[in-house]
Design a protein around this ligand. Structure first.
Ligand code: ADE
Ligand code: ZN
Length: 333
């Protein structure tokens, strides 16, 4: 059974926003613990509100959800819950986006966030063996100056954060606005990634690669509109972290059947499957893989390729990548 094959195969998740993993039950628990009034009282009411017109509409609800996070233990609990969940899906390595900007406005210091998140990561490493990296996201709608400040804050945790990324509303906030920030980040030794071509045009993908010089692109769907860009992405083997269920939930792709994932795979693009915001979009990595397998008739060879790509596209050092690739080769599936 291909479903069991998908569930069992060792894999990495490279595109997940920590706040996007707060399940409705956790949201209600944290709201109660922090004495916060929400618009919802039941899990069904929360779920009922998770219908989005587009990315902007989603980001509004998602940001509302982050209000339940107030203390280090809240960040600890959501990180632990995410890592435990994905470990049960045979995710052996995760690269998680964290955000400081949403919280600094509310007087929540980065120290508190990192305190909770890092202790959950350490616990998951020792209890489960799962490895985790953190990527600090810049919220592009807040502009380059704020991103630069956030980078300076991130430098305090240089030993705990592997890289930086560009997230939030894409349209109207092109990558070139952040050229200087990314140059500084690269000089400081951070890996880099940027959301591009999720809702924005192929040009945003092109400029993320050429101007921001990113190591990888998040989504990158719209790169397909520019054949020269596609050739370049294949030649340079720039990883694209695809998030199929997210694309459907946000209306960026009409149907899973029309998703270009299989086309990209067949063209030799280094694509992986990720969840983006699993609590909001209907599933974690395995649910994403199972859905695209069905819609695009992926076979076991495709699944193995996607699982291998997830490690190859990671920010892990070469020897760790080889270790995980050997695990896939040796796995009895
Ligand atoms: N932040 C959380 N989810 C996101 C998405 N899908 N695109 C951009 N920024 C995000
Ligand atoms: Zn994302």
């Amino acid at each position: 059974m291909i479903k069991e094959f998908i569930e069992k195969i060792p894999k990495a998740e490279l595109h997940i926003h920590l706040e996007g993993s707060i399940e409705p039950e956790m949201l209600l628990t944290l709201a109660e613990r922090n004495k916060l009034r929400l618009k919802y009282n039941t899990i069904d009411e929360v779920k009922g509100a998770y219908k989005f017109k587009d990315l902007r509409d989603f980001l509004y609800i998602y940001t509302q959800g982050t209000r339940v996070l107030k203390k280090a233990e809240d960040f600890y609990d959501i990180t632990k819950a995410y890592l435990s969940k994905v470990y049960s899906q045979n995710v052996l390595h995760a690269e998680i986006f964290i955000d400081f900007q949403t919280y600094s406005k509310r007087g929540i210091a980065s120290e508190m966030i990192m305190d909770g998140v890092v202790s959950a990561i350490k616990g998951a490493k020792s209890d489960l063996g799962i490895s985790t990296y953190l990527i600090l996201a810049f919220l592009r709608h807040l502009g380059a100056k704020e991103a630069m400040k956030t980078l300076q804050e991130g430098l305090k945790y240089k030993d705990k954060i592997i890289g930086v990324g560009l997230a939030s509303t894409e349209l109207g906030f092109p990558p070139e606005l952040f050229e200087e920030v990314f140059e500084e980040a690269r000089k400081a030794g951070f890996k880099t990634t940027a959301h591009a071509g999720e809702e924005g045009p192929a040009e945003y993908v092109r400029n993320s690669i050429d101007i921001l010089k990113v190591d990888r692109v998040d989504h990158g769907n719209r790169a397909m509109d520019d054949p020269e860009l596609v050739k370049d992405i294949v030649k340079k083997q720039i990883p694209l972290t695809l998030c199929p269920l997210s694309n459907i939930a946000l209306g960026n792709v009409k149907s899973l059947e029309s998703h270009t994932l299989k086309k990209k795979l067949d063209m030799g693009m280094l694509v992986s499957v990720n969840s983006d915001d699993p609590a909001y979009f209907g599933g974690y990595v395995n649910e994403n893989l199972i859905a695209v397998q069905k819609a695009l008739a992926l076979d076991a060879i495709d699944i193995v390729k996607l699982a291998k790509n997830s490690f190859v596209s990671s920010f892990l050092p070469k020897e760790k990548k080889e270790y995980f690739l050997d695990l896939i080769n040796a796995a009895e599936l």
